[in-house]
Design a protein. Structure first.
Length: 583
């Protein structure tokens, strides 16, 4: 593990101090957190997968990157030092960043990038969240190798609302690219075509036996009969939603996006890029005389090519003491799980329909019951004209692929929007005329319009502090219907409704769930359908919202909300830290 992580003696020292403090001040025990310091050195590291060695951008030479571990209520301070040629930023995906928007991380939205040789200290407190999140680079496609788990434990002496697991295991899905993903996206944006796809999926950085040269690079989970394990799943892949299943084992979903849910069991889960899920895995009571595969492969709805390969890990049981060597897992039969078909949209709808907030007195679902402002955004693909004297590889050779929200394909500015907003220098950086509904309504999921051109701009929506927002996200059929995992920075939202076809503003709202809808930060807009979310804009700052399929973000499926300061001092965004990078 990296030098920045606490060594076990240090952890004991910290725990000792904390325990003593808690003993002296019992009243503080459940509220005051500690500060956890990490150091992220961004450096190149040689890594070999699929018999292919390449130099990747890493944190502290680790792939995947180091774990951030904190309790709810703790402050996390991460000193990021950039030793590579690329500009870098790090985003703490799903962390609410209450009044700490300067630490959020999306490049040119909340900060200018950290340039070569520069340092930036991210400083934020984890409030009201417990479960799993993750951190990742938030500039270009660097998050293909710059990612790692954020593990949020409940406050000291606060139990989980489910059986205490014997062990906790992060299971982080990623993609492996033999090519340099930076070159892949640069080339695609130049020729207007769909970018190349990854060569493998990985679990904790390991592709598993179905790939070339990878049998040794397999994630293995060894369990003891009768014990319960907490799997902390993260989808850190760039471009692929994933199904995941473990042969002959049932999974219990207990938490999504660091919010507890009403537990339910399933054989297979679906996890989009940007989503995280905690699962309980109950090991069989007795040594099973078999070994079980855990597989993940994509759920893909678009027309473009995608990486349709499967990553495999192995679940094996600790053999009973004094068992014969034949009980070694290498000699046992291997049992494979069955995953849904690659385009199984009804599985997706069924699975997401089961998610419900816990919504009890200890963990209430504070769903906004009244709405101050309603928004209707279409999300989907579109085109831009091919530059003159060039032949493009878009849907036609005179067009380039693009993507948009309400037909605006978002253009990142060359300075950060948050600074421009805070110092009231928006001129030439952004405009506040983002359309609240489509300018030209059409039959969104019917026959697509002939004109597929998008408009391009840096437009935002401005919200007064504490606005209660309802937002309907509607997929379009332009260049094909497709599922879009939309991620909102700075907030959790409640998923109050979803459906296929076009949203009906008369018939659908009466069916909304305002009692126990799931609360999360990333939601899949159903392929050929819509989803309705509600959130309270109680966090001043500039908050990015985008498709977490990185190719769609690159094409412009992104926008930003500006939430104004409130009247009270504790409703205002503080000034930026002095080391905030400049553009
Ligand atoms: Cu996980 Cu804006 O990202």
């Amino acid at each position: 593990m990296g030098a920045s992580l606490l060594s076990s003696t240090e952890i004991f020292r910290v725990m000792f101090i904390v325990l003593n403090t808690l003993w002296l001040f019992p009243k503080l025990a459940s509220s005051a957190g500690i500060t956890r310091h990490y150091k992220f050195n961004i450096k190149l590291q040689n890594v070999t997968r699929l018999c292919h060695t390449k130099s990747i951008v890493s944190v502290n030479g680790q792939f995947p990157g180091p774990h951030i571990i904190a309790r709810e209520g703790d402050r996390v301070v991460v000193r990021v030092v950039n030793h590579v040629q690329n500009n870098v930023t790090i985003h703490w995906h799903g962390v609410r960043q209450l009044r700490s928007g300067w630490a959020d991380g999306p490049a040119y939205v909340t900060q200018c990038p950290i340039q070569t040789g520069q340092t930036y200290v991210y400083n934020f407190t984890i409030t009201g969240q417990r479960g799993t999140l993750f951190w990742h680079a938030h500039i270009s496609w660097l998050r293909s190798t710059l990612y790692g788990p954020i593990i949020i434990l409940p406050k000291k002496n606060v139990p989980y609302p489910f059986v205490k697991p014997f062990k906790e295991v992060p299971v982080i899905f990623g993609e492996w690219w033999n090519a340099d993903p930076e070159a892949v996206i640069t080339q695609a944006l130049q020729n207007g075509g769909g970018p190349n796809v990854s060569d493998a999926y990985t679990i904790n950085g390991l592709p598993g036996p179905l790939y070339n040269c990878s049998a040794q690079d397999t994630f293995k989970l060894k369990v003891k009969p009768g014990k319960t394990y907490l799997l902390r799943l993260i989808n850190a892949a760039l471009n692929d939603e994933l199904f995941f299943s473990i042969a002959n084992h049932t999974l219990t979903v207990v938490d999504v996006d660091a919010i507890y849910v009403k537990p339910f069991t399933t054989d297979t889960i679906l996890i989009t890029p940007g989503q995280t899920t905690n699962l309980l895995l109950k090991a069989k009571l007795h040594f099973p005389n078999a070994t079980f595969l855990m597989d993940a492969r994509p759920y893909a709805t678009g027309r473009g090519t995608f990486d349709n390969s499967t990553v495999t890990g192995i679940l094996h049981y600790e053999p009973p003491p004094k068992s014969s060597p034949s009980a070694s897992f290498k000699n046992l039969p291997l049992i494979k799980p069955t995953l849904p078909p690659l385009n199984d949209t009804s599985f997706a709808a069924n699975f997401t329909g089961k998610l419900r907030s816990l919504a009890n007195t200890q963990f209430p679902a504070n769903v906004p019951q009244k709405v101050d402002q309603r928004f209707f955004f279409t999300v989907g693909l579109g085109t831009n004209p091919c530059p003159q004297n060039q032949t493009c590889q878009g849907p036609t050779n005179s067009t380039m692929f693009s993507a948009s929200v309400n037909n605006v394909s978002f253009v990142l500015p060359t300075t950060a929007i948050l600074q421009a907003h805070f110092f009231q220098q928006s001129k030439g950086v952004y405009t506040t005329d983002f359309p609240t509904t489509p300018i030209f309504p059409f039959n969104y999921t019917g026959t697509p319009p002939n004109n597929t051109m998008v408009s391009n701009g840096t437009k935002v929506v401005v919200l007064p502090y504490n606005t209660s927002v309802e937002l309907v996200l509607q997929d379009t059929s332009i260049l094909g219907i497709e599922s879009h995992p939309l991620h909102l920075h700075g907030f959790n939202f409640f998923v109050v409704g979803q459906g296929f076809g076009n949203f009906d503003s008369k018939k659908d709202p009466p069916k909304f769930n305002l009692v126990d809808p799931v609360e999360r930060n990333t939601v899949g807009v159903p392929s050929g359908g819509w989803v309705a979310i509600r959130f309270l804009a109680d966090n001043p700052g500039v908050w990015f919202m985008h498709c977490h399929l990185e190719v769609h973000t690159s094409w412009g499926l992104k926008m930003a909300w500006i939430v104004m300061d409130g009247k009270l001092p504790n409703q205002k965004l503080p000034p930026p830290p002095s080391d905030l990078p400049k553009c």
